[in-house]
Ligand binder design. Sequence first.
Ligand SMILES: NC(=O)c1ccc[n+]([C@@H]2O[C@H](COP(=O)([O-])OP(=O)(O)OC[C@H]3O[C@@H](n4cnc5c(N)ncnc54)[C@H](O)[C@@H]3O)[C@@H](O)[C@H]2O)c1
Length: 346
Amino acid sequence: MGQRHRVAIIGSGNWGSAIARIAGQNVKRYPDTFEEKVGMYVYQEKIDGRNLTEIINEEHENVKYLPGIKLPENVVANASASETAKGADLLVFVLPHQFIQGVCTELKGKVPSNVRAISMIKGVEVKDGDIRIFADVIEHILGCKCSALSGANIANEVAEDKFSETTIGYRAGDVESAELFHKLFDTPQFRVGMIEDVAGVSLCGALKNVVAIAAGFCDGLGWGDNAKAAIMRIGLMEMKRFSEEFFDGVKAETFTETSAGVADLITTCFGGRNRRCAEAFVKTGKPFAVLEKELLKGQKLQGTETAREVHAFLKARGKVDDYPLFRAVYSIAYDGVKPQDLTNKL
Ligand SMILES: NC(=O)c1ccc[n+]([C@@H]2O[C@H](COP(=O)([O-])OP(=O)(O)OC[C@H]3O[C@@H](n4cnc5c(N)ncnc54)[C@H](O)[C@@H]3O)[C@@H](O)[C@H]2O)c1
């Protein structure tokens, strides 16, 4: 038997906990491939006076982020990211994107460069007029190869074993990593596809949240299904054009044929937290920051943040007008433009 792989999940929110549950089950299905213990980094919080790590390790439930779902007992919570990652050679990054820099900086120099990472983060980083996907941020900081996983995956449905598909995007020539992560996550109820396109898979996951904000505006305005379908079509075209314009090696079929592309866009524009908060934004007139606190109970809203980052990037490149839906979402969320004006310049 060759060296077995040790898995660490870096993150334990709604999706982090759902994916840790699957990994915890699959390592037991493949004992020749994986070690049984799956470490899970948990940002420490007190719940009714008790540490969240203690609750997870004793009751096997993330009562804050995935209540009502039991985690396998071999998923072990740890409040330190570097201790969780120690000795692991498969690192799964599943944090809201605002925390990734901090956590990766903590891990820098502590993980060997031959580890394989996968990013499940739906967002982009914009700095000094440049844009990066988080698989690139992770690769850059840690010096290891990083794939991406994204798809039509509302965490609670996956955690309840309702059927869904997802997509792993892998680097050119690195199908080996994709196959290992496929084995770690694929189940009869959670079907994992693979495509050689880390950027396309990552950008689909990030940009669809901006389109979901527009879909939520539509719902809040009571515009109906035809309008929402139009927003989704225009959104998908802008997502694809943006990715092809600013990233190398992006494949058109990632957008039209994979779960990461069109399927995730559909699910996010009908379910999901971004759509829900945008609908409430129109109906209540409350700012997004207030709605995030009121409706999401500690979960993070990503679509508005990504809209702001994409807008900053496009502005730096003088391309804001080439992406009218992205511009409209930004202007409504941040510039006081009326939601009713969403389609004016599309
Ligand atoms: N929830 C879903 O349905 C879903 C599905 C697919 C992908 N994703 C993506 O997965 C990523 C993680 O989302 P999630 O749903 O697991 O998270 P979440 O929004 O449910 O939870 C927030 C997480 O952030 C952690 N946290 C809070 N403050 C922190 C800090 N200062 N430093 C480090 N961590 C901190 C919390 O402990 C918690 O684990 C996101 O990019 C999201 O878009 C989510």
